[in-house]
Design a protein around this ligand. Sequence first.
Ligand code: OMP
Length: 230
Amino acid sequence: VPGSSTYRIVVALDAVETVRTAYRLVDVLCEKVYGFKLGLPLLLRHGPKVAGRLRSLCPSAAWIADLKLADIGAVMKATVETIIDDVDAVIAHSFVGARGALDELKEYLDARGRKLILVATMSHSGAEEVYDKALDLIDFVIERVQPWGLVAPATRPSLVERLRRKHPNTVILSPGVGAQGAKPGTALCHGADYEIVGRAITSSENPLGSLEEIGATQMEVLRQCRRERH
Ligand code: OMP
């Protein structure tokens, strides 16, 4: 359980060159963040076993495998099996639908006490081409599959607000803060529970300093947002 001094931030570990750098990041940020998200560049470069090694440095954090799963149920389950012992949650795309896919994955994860996070729509501009247009259908998938969490774009806070309204009891994690241009705290103001931050922290000369700065902005933006809303 994260302490009260943690920021509502999940640090995305993606293109981290060496395992040593990943260790250092986890070690230095551990006490201050809600969790860590392990991306495919990290897992493919260093192998799925890196998850357990990183986790042991910071067992108090939430550990999320971002495999961006989008396949038939059997293959998603076989993929997740390679990492399930070392993470708390996995991310899958929602557009593959429930029957024969996400229903099976959810059942598999439930049986093992692990959480499912579904991408509702994405942070890049191309998400407007397909994902955004399908949001009503995505809502149906979310309602049926009942994931623990959703990924929704900090870069487009009105969509975070929409998803929060439609799915009041689901945790929302919002990427796009920093490198992709969203201001820290804006997604939280619109209903997200956590913001996902990668390069703005992991590529920084001073990752802890950058985290503290982002965390301070988050809190300031949230204070301002609460004042404006009340
Ligand atoms: P930075 O842009 O470096 O902060 O990284 C963003 C992180 O969030 C990366 O790990 C992406 O894979 C992830 N992400 C997005 O950027 N956009 C999305 O729509 C969804 C995700 C995600 O599922 O985490």
